[in-house]
Ligand binder design. Structure first.
Ligand SMILES: [Zn+2]
Length: 334
């Protein structure tokens, strides 16, 4: 029997003969909140859905929304044997559960802040109720499922489903730095999808506007610092190269003539001024993406030569020594 109501608490009968009551407290907790002020993503069409307030998409069931916030809880009658056999970690937890058998004869355990539908899906899988498991899920729901899988280490137990869920969604990986990109980082880490993780890291390095966010998800520090370190390394190379080129043009060591120096120096300062790359106190590229600065440099508008003079000076030739290296390094990430 499903959704039995007992004094304002939803009960899911996963196993009517089960010996354990699992209580989910605070089932509508905000999930993976994106702080707009910390790292405003560039407004592309792919970002639009991810810029909605997170509180609007909590995947709470209607029943839960109808409950008073102070009493909201969801319980699941389950089999401790199924739970403990689904992973090594949950097998080890069994000893703690056995301390919690109460006078009603049930083991009682509680968790909090998870999504009730995500927990229901995972418990259905663990109890082999496969017909009750959704064949398709949203990216949001997959991220919430990953939280539970990560906690109990249910990777193998859910693998048949998780591979299908991921395969259905991975065609729309974000191409800019946004909340969805971080959710994909989380999902690909939890489900050991190395190719997706590599792509996501590469996109984050190219497009993030500052330090990598983790949205409060337990993404390992080594992944976050991999993005930050590679981004910073590329940003320093790019900014150092642009500053050296500016000085070379200004003091006459670059380009063929006074006229060419003025043409390229003017284009460089006017075209890249808004990125503040020439401010000596400026932290390299905080507030703008690597790809954005590279693209703008490639597309600088260069004043035409006067008269009939001709030479081999082009912005591509002048920037190649450093821009080529930065672009190659970024390509090697993919
Ligand atoms: Zn020239």
């Amino acid at each position: 029997m499903e959704n039995t109501y007992q004094t304002g608490v939803i009960m899911h009968e996963i196993d009517p003969d089960g010996d354990m009551i699992l209580t989910l407290k605070n089932p509508c907790a905000p999930f993976a909140v994106w702080h707009e002020d910390d790292a405003t993503p560039l407004p592309t069409s792919l970002d639009l859905s991810s810029q909605e307030p997170q509180g609007s998409d909590l995947n709470c069931s209607d029943e839960i929304i109808g409950l008073a916030p102070t009493s909201s809880a969801v319980t699941y009658r389950i089999s401790s044997r199924h739970l403990s056999s689904a992973s090594e970690r949950s097998r080890k937890m069994r000893h703690q559960w056995e301390q919690k058998r109460e006078s009603d004869g049930y083991f009682h355990i509680s968790v909090e802040d998870w999504d009730s539908e995500a927990l229901l899906a995972i418990l259905n899988i663990i109890h082999l109720r496969n017909r009750q498991v959704p064949h398709e899920v949203s990216l949001e729901m997959l991220s919430k499922l990953a939280v539970i899988v990560d906690y109990f280490e249910f990777h193998e137990a859910v693998e048949v489903f998780s591979k299908t869920w991921i395969a259905d969604l991975q065609g729309s990986l974000p191409t800019s730095y946004c909340r969805d990109l971080i959710l994909w980082m989380w999902i690909s880490h939890v489900f050991h999808e190395e190719d997706i993780l590599k792509t996501v890291i590469c996109t984050a390095v190219r497009h993030s506007l500052g330090w990598m966010e983790d949205l409060g998800l337990p993404i390992p520090e080594h992944i976050i610092s991999q993005v930050d370190d590679r981004r910073r390394e590329a940003a320093v190379q790019l900014v150092d190269g642009l500053r050296a080129l500016k000085e070379g043009l200004q003091y006459g060591t670059k380009a063929c003539s006074y006229e060419c120096q003025c043409r390229f120096l003017g284009a460089l300062i006017k075209g890249l001024d808004h990125f503040h790359v020439f401010d000596s106190t400026f932290e390299p590229l905080l507030g703008c993406g690597l790809t954005e600065v590279i693209k703008s440099t490639r597309q600088l508008r260069i004043p035409a030569r006067s008269g009939r003079s001709s030479c081999d000076c082009t912005m591509n030739n002048l920037t190649y020594p450093f821009l080529g290296k930065v672009e190659n390094d970024l390509r090697r990430l993919a």
